[in-house]
Design a protein around this ligand. Structure first.
Ligand SMILES: [Zn+2]
Length: 613
């Protein structure tokens, strides 16, 4: 309704554009632009009007898009001017599947991924220790000894010993997780807290790396913990977290929200689709949203026990139309694991592990119960499925539920299908599909939410795990899905991958593996499709296309300003694109250093305004 009303206003505005200022002056102030964006290269993702150079904003909504001349009638005495400097503007990007608090928590740790040596890491820990209270844990992640340009002078199997690290952190336990997640490094303080010494035996499936100290001649723990041995120190850290004072816990939680929000805004993300938060977390975020404390719009999938869902779904349900910064109308659950650790559930055994078809992590019966809840409570269902068997089971289950529950109230098969489509149930990841299952997504109206970046990241082991034929026919088959009529919601699964949409956008159109070769490039998206997968399609995947996903009058004034045109720049330059600015609800939420959206005085002076009466 609101959209069509605004269209009328805009239509009126355009029609009068040839008229003089004194006639347009009669527009009431609430129909005039609060902000006029000029000198922009706007890709609206609205098929009705794909390009524009100017955009008028009123409150948190878009009032009109067009040329500057067309929008002149909307200029009032108070209109502010924003000059985009000829840059490329798109609708605010929507992260279609990430973990919001997980992202924030990952940003609370030291990021050791760009360290070039063990000395770099010691320096980072030293700085953190100088700012920490005695006894406070210092945690980090992402170190990788193979990536250091200078190996440690004194090392055991390529790993350093803990002594230098322990010297810079005598009053703080330190725990640093390896980039693979399969090892960790602890300082002396942390090992003492954990009661670990050279005498500690290796736990099953793990190893404490020990070595003879060259000065004392004694066997010592080096500080390196492999696989399950990491839990010896991790457990003590987890217990310390549990014991934190409620106020300190709260402060840490709020800090995670702020960090995740900042990361989104710096990367051009204006809405984040959170792939699974408990009812309790939803309540906490809801409270923040009510106090206007959320800088980024969240769309949250509820993830909890069926019992909790049954009890609370009706209460926590809220649509973005009624709550601009937080929507809850979907449920998340998982049917299998991931491909890397052979957890994806496959129809035929793994090529490189013939004894296994992967793991079914939640019973079909339990997911079916969740699905019935979703139907009853009018929620979308979003099931994580990676392997081809997992995807088939979910499609079968969805179809069964649709047939049973939608037919009762209708007149036959054709009808349940169209009703099913209106539910927009999703499959999260949908990474590996049997060819015969590909068209079923469009037939059932099931939306695959796939993360472009997973393709090049996983490509190295996809061929080993699946073999050539299965990889060619069914791995990350964006082209086949789109051609069969499905839409794709893109994303990064942050913090699994970095939150930047550029790597996923680039992967979606180039499918280039690190180091060069392309991974079945015939399955690439076009650049326009990749743009849609991050905007309009993502909004459709959340029932939010009436307020988000395109720069259309009546929708939220959420947009991103980019350093270059992602649709027309040379493809290899896509990853070098940067975000210059992010606007959420008509407010500048991020500007890159050196970029200013507010127009210069000269530009503002040139603005033809009706006189203040
Ligand atoms: Zn995920």
């Amino acid at each position: 309704m609101r959209g069509s009303w605004l269209c009328v206003i805009v239509g009126f505005g355009l029609w009068t554009s040839a008229l003089r200022a004194q006639e347009t002056k009669s527009l009431p102030p609430d129909r005039l632009a609060e902000v006029l964006v000029i000198d922009a290269h706007i890709h609206t993702v609205d098929p009705e009007k794909p390009f524009a150079t100017s955009m008028a904003i009123q409150g948190d909504r878009i009032l009109a898009v067009g040329t500057r001349d067309e929008l002149q009638p909307l200029v009032g005495p108070q209109t502010k001017l924003w000059s985009a400097g000829g840059r490329w503007i798109t609708p605010g990007f929507i992260e279609g599947h990430g973990h919001f608090l997980g992202l924030g928590q990952s940003l609370q740790m030291l990021d050791l991924s760009s360290a070039k040596s063990w000395d770099d890491i010691i320096a980072q820990v030293q700085t953190a220790a100088s700012q920490a209270e005695p006894g406070q844990w210092i945690v980090g992640r992402g170190w990788h000894q193979e990536k250091w340009t200078t190996p440690p002078t004194d090392h055991v199997d390529g790993y350093p010993r803990h002594q230098l690290l322990s010297e810079v952190s005598p009053q703080n336990p330190v725990l640093l997780t390896h980039a693979s997640g399969h090892a960790s490094f602890a300082n002396d303080y942390a090992m003492k807290l954990a009661g670990v010494s050279a005498e500690t035996p290796n736990p099953p499936g793990g190893e404490l790396l020990k070595a003879v100290d060259p000065t004392t001649g004694e066997v010592q723990a080096t500080g390196v913990f492999r696989e399950t041995a990491s839990a010896l120190v991790q457990r003590v850290y987890d217990q310390a977290q549990q014991r934190m004072r409620p106020e300190a816990k709260r402060e840490q939680w709020l800090d995670a929200v702020q960090r995740a929000s900042r990361a989104c805004l710096e990367n051009g993300i204006t809405t984040f689709q959170d792939a699974g938060s408990s009812i309790r977390t939803i309540d906490e975020l809801q409270a923040l949203s009510r106090q206007d404390q959320l800088p980024v719009r969240l769309w949250i999938m509820a993830r909890d026990s069926n019992e909790q869902l049954e009890r609370h779904l009706a209460r926590v349900r809220i649509e973005s139309q009624d709550s601009p910064f937080l929507a809850v109308r979907a449920i998340k659950c998982s049917i299998d694991g991931a491909l890397g650790p052979h957890g994806a559930w496959l129809i035929s055994p793994y090529e490189d592990l013939s004894s296994s078809v992967g793991l079914n992590t939640t019973t079909i019966a339990s997911i079916e119960e969740t699905a019935r809840l979703a139907i009853r409570k009018n929620y979308q269902l979003c099931v994580h499925a990676i392997g081809d068997r997992a995807n088939r089971e979910v499609l079968d289950l969805y179809q069964r539920i649709f047939e049973e529950t939608l037919e009762e109230s209708s007149n036959g098969a054709a009808d349940w299908r169209s009703k099913a489509k209106s539910l927009r149930w999703r499959i999260e990841h949908a990474q590996h599909l049997a060819p015969s299952d590909i068209p079923r997504f469009a037939e059932l109206g099931v939306i695959p939410a796939m993360q472009g970046i997973h393709c090049p990241s996983d490509a190295v082991y996809v061929l080993q795990r699946l073999g050539y034929r299965r990889a060619a026919e069914g791995a990350y088959v964006w082209r086949s899905l789109i051609d069969s009529g499905a839409i794709i919601v893109n994303g990064t699964d942050a913090p699994v991958e970095r939150i930047s949409p550029l790597a996923s956008f680039y992967a979606s159109v180039a499918r280039r593996m690190p180091g060069g070769p392309e991974f079945f490039p015939e399955q690439a998206m076009t650049r326009l499709e990749a743009l849609q997968s991050y905007t309009l399609w993502a909004a459709q995947g959340a029932f939010e296309e009436d307020v988000k996903g395109s720069l259309t009058p009546g929708k939220y004034a959420d947009f991103t300003i980019w350093s270059q045109d992602l649709l027309n720049c040379p493809v290899e330059q896509i990853p070098a694109t940067t975000v210059l600015g992010t606007v959420v609800g008509g407010r500048i939420a991020f500007e890159a250093p050196g970029y200013k959206l507010d127009a210069t005085d000269t530009e503002t002076d040139k603005l033809e305004r009706p006189p203040i009466q």
